[in-house]
Design a binder for this molecule. Structure first.
Ligand code: IMP
Ligand code: MG
Length: 174
């Protein structure tokens, strides 16, 4: 499959992803069922995983959105926050939903933004966790899949805005 100038091949199928999402939702439910957590969906990348995860979460919860941008093409860049938090997150149990944790800079940045609201707890859930050579600044507390340092698209993840709609996750052909 081709997007812009790169070729991609299937890496994790939608069926495998959906099975793992269900497990993650029940793990979260067993941790947070009496706490009415607030899910923070990071746009744009987490819109699919976030929607799947909150639908699979059987307990009471709230959902908020924040928008961050860091990647341009296949390269990481400076983090821009387009939309911050409001009083909904004050002194609550927060579950940050990321599509993928790479260096951990995006999640680190969001934790700094959340700090003034004194969250009761912050848990990081990511569909994908990249194993990188340099140390990750922050890792997901719960990760769907650990993957090597390859560029991936699909299930919300993009290559210059293409590929977000693909139900499977694809990796670039090296
Ligand atoms: P971090 O700040 O280095 O942890 O990178 C996290 C963000 O970079 C994610 O939310 C993605 O939007 C983007 N990103 C990192 N790796 C990939 C990738 O392989 N494909 C697409 N986007 C990625
Ligand atoms: Mg992106």
């Amino acid at each position: 499959m081709r997007l812009h100038d790169l070729d991609f091949e299937i890496f994790i199928s939608a069926a495998v992803i959906q099975e793992r999402v269900k497990q993650m939702a029940s793990e979260l439910h067993s941790r947070f069922q009496h706490k009415d957590p607030v899910f923070v969906i990071i746009l744009k990348g987490s819109f699919i995983f976030g929607a799947d995860l909150v639908r699979a979460y059987p307990g009471k919860c709230e959902v908020v959105f924040t928008r961050v941008k860091s990647y341009s093409g296949t390269e990481a860049g400076a983090i821009q926050l387009f939309s911050g938090f409001d009083e909904t997150v004050r002194e609550r149990d927060i579950i940050i939903i990321e599509d993928i944790v790479d260096s951990g800079k995006t999640v680190f940045h969001l934790q700094q933004e959340l700090a003034p609201y004194r969250p009761t707890s912050v848990t990081i859930v990511a569909l994908l966790q990249k194993k990188i050579l340099r140390p990750n600044l922050i890792k997901a507390d719960i990760a769907g899949f650990e993957i090597p340092d390859v560029f991936v698209v699909g299930c919300g993840l993009d290559y210059d805005e293409l590929g977000r709609n693909l139900p499977d996750v694809y990796a670039v052909v090296q």
